[in-house]
Design a protein around this ligand. Sequence first.
Ligand code: BG6
Length: 482
Amino acid sequence: MNNIPVIMIIFGGSGDLAHRKLYPALFNLFEQGLIHDNFAVIGTARRPWSHEYLRDQVSDAVHETHNEVDENDLAAFASHFYYQSHDVTNVEHYETLKNLAQDLDDRYSAQGNRIFYMAMAPKFFGTIAEHINDQHLTSSGFNRIVVEKPFGRDLATAEELNKQITASFAEDDIFRIDHYLGKEMIQNILPMRLTNPLIKNIWNNHNIKNVQVTLAEQLGVEARGGYYETAGALRDMVQNHIFQIITLLAMPEPKDLTSQSIHKAKQELLDSMVIPTEDEIERHFVRGQYLGSDVTFGYRQEPNVAEDSHTETYVAGEVKFKKGPLADLPIYFRTGKEMREKKNRIDIVLKHMSNQYGMAHSNNISIIIDPQMQIFITINGKKINESGIRRENLSYGLSSDEQKQVPDGYERLLHDVFVNDSTNFTHWSELKNYWKFIDHVEEAWQKENEQGQEPEQYLPYRMGPKSAAKIFESPTERWIYE
Ligand code: BG6
């Protein structure tokens, strides 16, 4: 791999994301030679840390995520890190940061290349973007910005943030990161769809009955109650991860695999997204909130959560498109905290075909994203010593050794930023469509709240609210994963 010269500035360098994800991912890229001699990372945050302290933190972060580490490599890697205490609202601090970046650029021959990474509380993204612009932090080489989610809180705030960012960065240099797009099995959706005649030929609304996307978590909101109160499951998981998955499932086939063709195909689909009416939201959406157990808090008892909070920790709903191979089909989704187990999966339910055996079950194609990585197709065959039909799974999976080799999503996506590949990032035009849909649902829920309706309370560590099945359009439909 090439050694890419760059100065990377991480806003939020003392934070959890940098520690758990970014430092280990950067170390792996260093080990592979993508960044080597000509790079430096500036971690910024308000705390008064020293360079040495940051380097110790970086080493700890790498040790915590790697079983074996070459200590010489790690020391060499950590020596490229610098800390700058920085208050994002203080204009003068940007001047100091700019000077440090310039010094390091000279020292490391970074050729004026900059990557700015917004890894802190989203409420500061706009301010940082504004000051990168008015304090002229961009440099003479490439200038790229990586923005964590959530990108805005609705369409209006997303538009405002986008305006602030595009003052300094072209759309092609804005990398709106969604870590789900770095996951192995999500990156497997297109190859699976496009290379198997068996699947490609049935990938249409004549053969598929419905699609179901489940992102279930066992954890609750933990220490993130403050943030979660401003988000809820719809903004936290659907607006980004679930919509990205659905887009990959439902988009028309791209002409080729370039980033442009893929985004063009995505856009064609999203322009045909159907915005549900209030009545459809009432019928095909369920929102829930987890209750406590003997040993765990209910959502409303979590720290920094209002006692009468209406924030949903579970949502199930439906989306449809007018175009693409799955046009007019119901695509169901659900996500929730404190569900029975961690399980991210997609189930494609094929239509039933009448047959001489009276067999009622058709085939399903299931893609397990987490925690295993697997695709399986249910197949019908004969029973051995009696008449009748039995079902078995045909499966494609990664062995546990292979699963260990799969790079973390952040490593993949950071690599893409370095090599300027925006295929697996969210473009502004996509995001706009997602927000339009979300805003509509949020508005309908707001009205429901005003009429005294609340999210349905559900027992923790089960499959969500009792009424979750009401979202289906027909009584013959049910969740494949129950
Ligand atoms: C994040 C959400 O984007 O995704 C979290 O903010 C959620 O609330 C997380 O827990 C789930 O990601 P993963 O990769 O663990 O499924």
